[in-house]
Design a protein around this ligand. Structure first.
Ligand code: UDP
Length: 328
């Protein structure tokens, strides 16, 4: 039985494909290459196409014996989603609805869905539990929360079992340094800091220093991309054992401020990275830190690359070896 990875050529998707291949799984990838990279794929049977295209979906499910789907295909930029909400609702909800229709028609029963800490919005409690209130402060989080609700109703109606994984801040790169993070344009904190270290940018702009945190900058829970991938495989295996639908956080349970991440990156790289204060970015909550006790208990998940230094070091190794990212 094969696992279909939608968005498998993207940042997290490509690390997922690597993890599945390393663990001997049969992999089928569907990616529209709007943001994905051919060189990010370590293997698997590739289909180029969009989740909103019924013809390609039908071909993928007819030509392969797929029992589980892992869905990463989405737009995922908080700031952009505030400016272009309809793009997020159309793509993030529309794509997964289409995928679910194809799964229903082809009797595929398991899906692991890429959700986000942004479903919580401004949290009341830290660390955040899965049972805490969900009140997104940006359309990206809203679109993912909406899909989580859709999944619940599809389980109810069609018996499609799901695991929704709410990631905190995905970061780092594969330990082989063969694959890593390459968004165009780049907007994520750690790759941008590393671009400054490489001399490709003059400075890192810190978005807001007046948050209610120790040093005034936003606090996030950074989690290694390979650890995220391992959680997805555990989730597939759990669904294959016939277990019920669940939602789990994935983070390391430790928060680091933007200023602390910059300082840690200076230490890892040995380079004095220039930073400057800038206004807040719309839609950013002050603090997001996960409780991942549920993932550990229910999935048996144990992050292997939990320290911030290791996360930054693997990212640095990738960026040093691929200063222009994946060459098109
Ligand atoms: N951030 C920043 N400067 C940048 C990029 C990001 O200060 O150039 C901050 C951002 O406001 C957030 C944190 O870094 O508080 C992590 O942002 P990122 O975009 O990496 O991930 P997100 O939290 O949006 O998923």
């Amino acid at each position: 039985m094969a696992i279909l990875v939608c968005g498998g050529a993207g940042y997290i998707g490509s690390h997922m494909v690597a993890e599945l291949l390393e663990k001997g799984e049969e992999v089928v990838v569907l990616d529209n290459f709007q943001k994905g990279h051919h060189d990010a794929l370590m293997g698997g049977k590739l289909y180029c196409g969009d989740l909103r295209d019924d013809v390609i979906l039908s071909k993928v499910f007819t030509e392969n014996t797929i029992d589980a789907v892992i869905d990463f295909a989405a737009d995922s930029l908080v700031g952009e989603s505030v400016v272009e909400p309809l793009k997020y609702f159309e793509n993030n909800i529309g794509s997964t609805v289409n995928l679910l229709k194809a799964m229903r028609d082809h009797k595929v029963k398991y899906i692991v869905f890429s959700s986000t800490a942004a479903t919580y919005g401004e949290p009341d409690n830290i660390p955040i539990l899965e049972s805490d209130k969900t009140f997104p402060t940006n359309p990206y989080g809203e679109s993912k929360l909406c899909v989580e609700k859709i999944l619940k109703w599809c389980d109810n109606a069609y018996g499609i079992k799901y695991t929704a994984l709410r990631y905190f801040n995905a970061a780092g790169a594969h330990v082989s340094s063969k694959i890593g993070e390459d968004h165009r344009p780049e907007s994520h904190l750690i790759p941008i800091i590393l671009q400054v270290a490489l001399g490709q940018r003059e400075k890192i702009m810190i978005f807001g220093d007046d948050y209610k945190t120790e040093d005034g900058t936003c606090v996030r829970d950074y989690v290694h991309v390979t650890d995220l991938a391992s959680a997805h495989l555990l989730a597939v295996k759990r669904l294959r054992r016939g277990e019920d639908s669940i939602t789990c956080n994935l983070g390391n349970g430790k928060g680091f401020s933007v200023a602390q991440v910059i300082e840690a990156t200076r230490k890892v790289t040995g380079i004095n990275i220039k930073a400057e204060m800038a206004p807040r970015r719309a839609g950013d909550p002050a603090v997001l830190i996960a409780s991942s006790d549920k993932a550990k208990e229910v999935l048996g998940w144990e992050p292997k690359y939990a320290s911030l230094e290791t996360i930054i070091e693997t990212a640095w190794n990738w960026h040093k070896g691929h200063p222009q990212g994946y060459i098109k």
